[in-house]
Design a protein. Structure first.
Lengths: 156, 156
DNA sequence: TGACAATGATTGTCATGGCAGTTATTGTTT
DNA sequence: AAACAATAACTGCCATGACAATCATTGTCA
């Protein structure tokens, strides 16, 4: 298949790469704005980056290890350590060494973390729905599938 | 129009927000990988973030101020100062106080910066074309237009 | 069993980007 | 002209993410 962009016409500042970066930044900023307005999450200064960790932990009943979290979201292990430091300091997550394998750190939400989860889910959904307000369900699915194809291709 | 996501089915980890973040990270990583392999850009450790600044400066013949650059790409002024520190240290960009308005800092590419530009443009285009290799031109344009609609909506 | 590899978490270092506050310069207003 | 607002660049502070190095623990293999 022919290349989409050619040296004659390629404009780095208008092309897909930048556009994706802009959309991502705007989405995160919009979610952060809504989080700050929340009675419960605002004072805790929960951010859009911390959202995904709490959501991932809420999805399972049993305790999960940090490395398992990292694999599941292709996240740097060092970044995860410090992310968990912040979430633990806010009282949303509890760490404990696994008795079976003392290299592992088991993670679970505290009661505050469990209380935060439905609010985080609702807020992120609201921002997405608002951003997709003139999209049909088919257009949204199309966008998702195009992005998934892109994601599969990038790594070659 | 009805909401795309509903509380019943919304899965934060699968939805659009996360997907966009993943695609962006993968694209930037792929560009960084190619930049490191380049004979000229690799030793200078030019990154995908610095790419857009150099590209923006190459687009105009006359000197541009830093604030104008920030406006054009909705970029934080403080981040721009430090970005320019790094680019100046690498000898790619030259700063000079504007004689007309001494608040302004005029920017221009050095000869090394001008030599870097076509390589940066070619590398970012190659990564994008590779990532879009099974897309028709129509599909790529569709993806762009859907993202642009999304970008317009997010800010409300 | 003892050497060694593999794994998980942590830490250090760096680039990035956002926000608030500061300083220098310019424009405006009385 | 003096006071004030507006603007541009810079600085400090912080969260984020990537990479490399280190340490403790576990698995493997001679």
């Amino acid at each position: 298949m022919a290349d989409v962009y050619s040296l004659d016409s390629y404009e780095p500042r208008q092309a897909l790469g930048h556009l994706i970066g802009r959309v991502r930044a705007q989405l995160l900023a919009a979610i952060d704005t809504e989080l700050m307005k929340d009675d419960f999450l605002g004072p805790l200064e929960v951010t859009s980056s911390q959202l995904i960790v709490i959501v991932s932990l809420a999805g399972r009943e049993c305790a999960t290890s940090a490395s398992e979290l990292c694999k599941g979201m292709s996240y740097d292990a060092g970044a995860m350590t410090r992310m968990l430091d912040r979430l633990e300091a806010k009282g949303l997550v509890r760490r404990s060494r696994s008795p079976e394998d003392r290299r592992l750190v088991n993670l679970e939400l505290t009661s505050a973390g469990q209380a935060a989860y439905p609010r985080l889910r609702e807020i992120s959904m609201r921002v997405l729905n608002r951003s997709l307000r003139d999209f049909t369900r088919e257009e949204a699915l199309l966008l998702e599938s195009l992005l998934q194809r892109l994601a599969r291709n990038v790594g070659h």
